[in-house]
Design a protein around this ligand. Structure first.
Ligand code: URA
Length: 429
């Protein structure tokens, strides 16, 4: 009986190599024994006898999406998962199993496992995200139901550039400029004898790509902003996700009265993972202050959540997002609006206005006045702060900046009056 030793619980690379090898050789599922090695003690299976294999009748062409499904199911906490997954692939190649067969028990298992892993992954990401925001200590202790930690390593790195450590009963994961893993533990002990292994073991490499991107219903049904942001981390709805370092999601209070929408993250935002933290963000902060507002009161986001750039030597040159990028990201903006339900939505520049209003907008004709959007939200269009940064002559700079502050003041007044009216109603009643 052939034995396949996997290097660790989520060693998808070895499982995939071995499965391909044995499916092509026509090896029956029940005749393979799968097990996980003691980490660092044993070498994983390798296909040194992989030559001259007979070809399976229908070949073995699995779509990238389906490979992602398999990788996700491999994280399920089920000791039989390696065999069941192999059996699915074997039956697809040799016995005509169709993925559309909704009553097949193996496919039912696959669907349920993927769903359970997704739920656990999103739960963990929400916990990690809160841990990052609170900035309390460097060690997060978590008890996942499934083997989900490795597949979230890229998420954790994107979310938090400080050093951190996550401890779970089955694995420890640490980031300090590089990812390292060690055996899990039930307690948060920092004992010096822990044997850390660098990412060279391949534990997490490639897993980012195997993680399934969120589906439309994940976006439309996210119950909180934290969960929505966690789901957006894997978005690949347009081509921008690949060259960009990360998804830069919106941030701010869950029920902020004002929501500001910009165009897309720039170089600094892409590196820091937060909207409006570069030069345009600094100018925006100053203008908000001059208008009597403060950034902490406002939910700040962008029409497009990934940085669009080309390399110029060692510099990344910003490019405007294309129509398809704005269209692909529109669902995220809508979901943010659904959750924040701002009283006033301020569109900074033409891209933001076009995304919100769903039609081309001329800023000079639309700016500086309030108008009703759907859902009781007022809209206000103004210029983008980058426009102010690009102005060359000092007079125009000052004039345009003053007008920008005036627009923000209009926003501040509207929200203040609305609050007064509400307080008045409460007092009167
Ligand atoms: N410009 C934007 O539109 N958004 C940012 O987050 C930064 C610069």
């Amino acid at each position: 009986m052939p034995e396949v030793v996997l290097a660790h619980q989520v060693d998808f690379a070895t499982w995939r190599k071995a499965s391909r090898h044995f499916v092509l050789a026509g090896t029956l599922p029940e005749s393979i024994f799968w097990r996980v090695a003691d980490i660092g003690q044993e070498a994983a299976w390798s296909a040194n006898a992989a030559q001259n294999l007979p070809t399976a009748p229908s070949g073995l062409n699995l779509s990238r999406r389906f490979v992602g499904v398999l990788a996700q199911a491999l994280q399920a906490h089920d000791p039989d998962r390696f065999q069941i997954l192999y059996r699915i692939v074997y039956r697809m190649a040799h016995a005509g199993l169709a993925l559309t067969d909704t009553s097949d028990p193996d496919l039912l298992w696959l669907r349920q496992s993927v769903a359970a892993v997704r739920v656990d992954t999103l739960r963990f990401r929400e916990v990690f995200s809160a841990f990052t925001v609170q900035g309390v200590g460097d060690v997060l202790h978590d008890v996942p139901e499934h083997y989900i930690l490795e597949a979230s390593s890229h998420y954790c790195i994107e979310r938090n550039v400080r050093s951190w450590r996550v401890v779970t009963p089955y694995r420890r994961m640490e980031w300090a400029g590089g990812v390292r893993f060690a055996e899990g533990t039930d307690t948060v002990t920092d004992d010096a004898s822990v044997q850390w292994q660098a990412d060279g073991t391949g534990i997490w490499r490639g897993y980012g790509l195997s993680v399934l991107p969120p589906q439309r219903k994940d976006v439309d049904t996210a119950p909180t902003l934290a969960l929505l942001a966690a789901r957006a981390m894997d978005c690949r709805a347009c081509a921008l996700w690949q060259p960009a370092s990360r998804t830069v999601f919106g941030e701010g209070p869950e029920h902020a009265a004002i929501m500001l929408v910009g165009e897309q993250p720039g170089d600094q935002e892409d590196l820091q993972g937060r909207p409006f933290v570069g030069p345009a963000g600094q100018l925006l902060d100053r203008a908000l202050q001059d208008a009597g507002l403060h950034r902490d009161q406002i939910y700040v986001t962008n029409a497009v959540k990934h940085f669009h750039f080309t390399w110029n030597g060692t510099r990344r040159l910003h490019h405007k997002p294309e129509t398809e990028h704005v269209a692909a990201c529109h669902v995220w903006l809508n979901a943010e609006r659904r959750l924040v339900q701002p009283a006033l939505l301020v569109m900074l520049g033409a891209t933001a206005a076009q995304s919100v209003l769903q039609k081309p907008v001329t800023i000079s004709r639309t700016r500086s006045r309030l108008f009703l959007l759907e859902g009781q939200t007022q809209g206000l269009v103004t210029v983008h702060p980058s426009y102010l940064l690009r102005l060359r002559d000092e007079d125009s700079k000052q004039r345009e900046y003053a007008q920008f502050v005036e627009d923000l003041r209009l926003a501040a007044c509207y929200v203040a009056q609305r609050n007064d009216a509400r307080t008045g109603i409460k007092k009167g009643s």
